[in-house]
Structure formats: structure tokens, C-alpha cells
Design a protein around this ligand. Structure first.
Ligand code: PLP
Length: 426
């Protein structure tokens, strides 16, 4: 005869507890709207905005700029990462507040535009451009902007690319400023301290059309490493050792005085706060942390505030959620997950962004994403009507900011202006 033993009961109980623990009933995340977003919504409505819009809160942006500047040690320069702040007006605002004339640029169209709009800026390429793109840059530059071409640092990652730029310099009868990309651990190309690096530095010194402008060593991988067993500290020390080694090689060839005047660029938003003196780098570049998309929600960047949001009107607000063809399961789903209770369809969607207000809104993976009218679900306390706004935080700025036309500037409770964005180009 089958008998249920104590052991069976214990094992059975543990199994049920395990399954239940795995399937914890979701908590209701809906709740009252945040006063900040209600104020922003009222401002958008007063401004007559009724399409998906990228908003920058200029007060928060300024606080982020001040947090960055306040952290920089004496003598540390700041370079604006143009691709992460892809609007001339936005860049000019940051430039005025920081007083920097340094930009980091990542593509030829943006390089050309910035050379014309801010001719006195010093632009360092953030990635090596094919030599043909550099050639097009010179060909497209209007004659009256020619002086700004002399303020560009062309990034070089291989001996072959250096040879191509040397030919271009000869062809153009110009002296090109060369910045040498260092691999300080990211392994995205560039030079480690090596005989090859010395050969390249020597080639720059021997070429009358080339001038060594500096080095760039980017290390965003470091904060992503675990702190266990000191991995992160070791990676940072390793990166700085590589940078030091490269500078030592440059000193041997160009002399200490020449090297002390070079650009020594490092960092990005995730890492600029590691730099507390100018022993290795004498400038840091950062862009994203000034608008703080969600990918930059890190411990190191806690002093920075989210300053950019996507605002989009609600088209339809429905009291229940109904799935096409699966209506029979709607009741069970709703009983299990309160966050599935209500539905809104928004104007546009499918952005690289997370909904943040009203609280608790979520995408519906079964219904799917839509760029036309995206479905979002929320809990019983979700209160939003058509024409009111849903707010999102972008994951990143460089591509997302280009999807909405002019950026709306929010300050002192009003939309006070607009910053046109660069055309989407690579
Ligand atoms: C070479 C380089 N420096 C700095 C940055 C930092 O940009 P951000 O501050 O926007 O992360 C980047 C970003 O891609 C980069 O490629």
C-alpha cells in the first residue's frame, strides 16, 4: 500500500514552495503621477506640442555640467563628445558654460558642419575615419572655413592608416595633426606600447607633413568589470600603465618638453570620475553624462541627473487590456498580473527607451512593439487620458536624439526654446 511519509510531505512541500517562489505574483507598480512630469506635461501642452518630442531639462543639464566641471582636477581639460549631444545649439550651450574649445567628433558630416559652425573649435576624431572620408572633408570645406581644418586631430590606429594619411597630407599640401589611438585594455584597436608604436611615432617625426598632436586611450570597459579580487582596480592600473608606457616611448623620440604639450585624451562618461589628477591624461571627454540616458545609471555617475526625456501623447486610453485572438486568457492574465489591467496606445513608439511616467507602464511583449501606435500596459491606478503625455528615458542619446526633430528645451516650468538636431548620418 502506498503511504505518504513525512519525507514525501517535506519534499512535496518544498517543490510547491519552489515553484511558487519562481512564480511570485507581480506587484502592482502603478501609482500617482510624478509632479515633475505633470509640470513638464503642462508646459508641453501650453507650448502646443502634440507629437513625440525629445525634451532636455536645461536646469538639470546645467547641474550636470557643473557636477562634471566641479570634479575635474586643476589643469584637466574637458572635451565635448559631439556624437552624444548631436545638436549644434546643445553643443554651443555646453561650450559656453564650460568654456572649452575642444570637441570629439565621430563622422565626416558632423566634422564638416562643426568646422563651419564653430571654426575655432579643436576637433579630435573619436574613431579613425577612412582616408577617403578625410579627403571628402577637405574637398567639401568652403574656402572661408579652411582655417578650421588646421584644428583637427586625425585619429590613427595602424601603420597602414598612417601611411594613407601621410599621402593625403602630401596631396593636400597640408600639415595634418595626428592623434595616436592607444589600446589601454578595451581591445577596440589602436596601439599598445610596442616596437610598432615606436616605428609609427618615428614615421610621424620624419614626415614634414605630419605633426604628433597627442594620444587617445578610451577605457569604458573598466566600470563594467567586477570588483571581486580587485579586477576593476587591476584593469584601471593596467590601462594607466599602458598609457604611461606609450608616453615614455614618445618622450624617447620627441623629447619630454614636446610630449608635455601634447593632447593626452582619456575617459568617457562612465570613467571620467576616475581621473583625479593630470599625471596620465590632461583632458577627459564626456557627453552622455550631461543628459544621462539609462545606460549611464551607474554608481560613479550618481551625481548626474536624468536630463533628457521622450514625451509622447496618449492616443487611446482603455480601461482593460485585450489581446487579439487571446481574449479568453485576458481575465486570468489580469488576475495574475495587476500591471496588465489597463492599456494605452501612444503616438509613435519602439524607441530605445524605458517608460518612466505614469509609473508602472510596461511594454507588452505578446502584442509586440510598434513605431506607429505602441501598446503600453499599466496597473489599476493608471490614470491618463488621450492627449496627456507618457514620458520615457532614452537608453542612449546618440541615435535616439535624432529621431524627433528639434529638441524642446524645458526650463523654469516652461518650454523655452528648441535646439535643432544634426541630420542622421554616419
Ligand atoms: C573615444 C571615445 N571617447 C569618449 C567617449 C565617451 O562618450 P560619452 O561620454 O558620451 O559616453 C566615446 C563614446 O563612444 C568614445 O568612443
Amino acid at each position: 500500500m502506498y503511504r505518504v511519509s513525512r519525507r514525501h510531505l517535506i519534499l512535496g512541500g518544498a517543490a510547491i514552495a519552489g515553484v511558487t517562489a519562481l512564480m511570485t505574483k507581480p506587484e502592482d507598480k502603478s501609482g500617482p503621477r510624478t509632479p515633475y512630469f505633470l509640470e513638464l506635461q503642462a508646459a508641453l501642452m501650453r507650448a502646443g506640442i502634440a507629437t513625440p518630442t525629445l525634451v532636455i531639462d536645461r536646469t538639470r543639464l546645467n547641474a550636470n555640467i557643473d557636477a562634471l566641471l566641479g570634479h575635474l582636477p586643476a589643469g584637466m581639460g574637458y572635451r565635448i563628445v559631439a556624437k552624444s549631444l548631436p545638436s549644434l545649439g546643445l553643443i554651443q550651450h555646453i561650450r559656453e558654460r564650460t568654456g572649452t574649445d575642444r570637441l570629439m567628433t565621430f563622422n565626416q558630416p558632423m566634422l564638416s558642419k562643426l568646422s563651419i559652425a564653430i571654426p575655432d573649435a579643436n576637433q579630435l576624431l573619436g574613431k579613425p575615419l577612412p582616408v577617403q572620408a578625410a579627403k571628402s572633408y577637405f574637398e567639401l570645406l568652403p574656402p572661408d572655413a579652411s582655417a578650421s581644418a588646421g584644428r583637427i586631430q586625425w585619429l590613427i590606429d595602424t601603420p597602414e592608416r598612417l601611411a594613407q594619411y601621410a599621402s593625403l597630407a602630401r596631396e593636400q599640401n597640408r600639415t595634418l595633426d595626428i592623434n595616436v589611438e592607444l589600446d589601454v585594455g578595451l581591445h577596440r584597436g589602436g596601439f599598445e606600447p610596442s616596437a610598432e608604436l615606436s616605428t609609427v611615432l618615428q614615421a610621424i617625426q620624419n614626415d614634414p607633413n605630419l605633426r604628433l598632436a597627442g594620444f587617445m586611450g578610451y577605457e569604458p570597459h573598466i566600470p563594467a568589470l567586477p570588483t571581486t579580487l580587485g579586477w576593476r582596480d587591476k584593469a584601471l592600473a593596467g590601462a594607466w600603465n599602458k598609457y604611461k608606457g606609450a608616453l615614455g616611448q614618445a618622450r624617447d623620440i620627441f623629447g619630454a618638453d614636446a610630449v608635455s604639450g601634447l593632447t593626452r585624451n582619456a575617459a568617457g562618461s562612465p570613467t571620467y570620475r576616475y581621473y583625479q589628477d593630470t599625471e596620465i591624461a590632461n583632458e577627459i571627454s564626456a557627453g552622455s553624462c550631461l543628459v544621462k540616458p539609462t545606460h549611464f545609471d551607474s554608481e560613479l555617475l550618481e551625481p548626474h541627473l536624468p536630463a533628457s526625456f521622450i514625451a509622447t501623447p496618449v492616443i487611446k486610453s482603455l480601461p482593460t487590456t485585450r489581446m487579439p485572438g487571446l481574449e479568453f486568457a485576458d481575465g486570468v492574465k489580469r488576475a495574475w498580473d495587476p500591471n496588465y489591467n489597463k492599456t494605452v496606445f501612444i503616438y509613435g513608439g519602439h524607441w530605445l527607451a524605458d517608460p518612466v511616467d505614469p509609473p508602472g507602464l510596461e511594454y507588452n511583449s505578446t502584442f509586440g512593439r510598434s513605431s506607429n501606435q505602441e501598446m503600453l500596459n499599466g496597473g489599476p491606478d493608471l490614470e491618463i487620458s488621450p492627449d496627456e503625455f507618457v514620458f520615457f528615458r532614452p537608453h542612449q542619446s546618440e541615435a535616439v536624439f535624432l529621431q524627433f526633430g528639434d529638441i524642446a528645451i524645458f526650463e523654469d516650468g516652461e518650454i523655452v526654446g528648441a535646439w535643432p538636431v544634426f541630420p542622421a548620418s554616419a
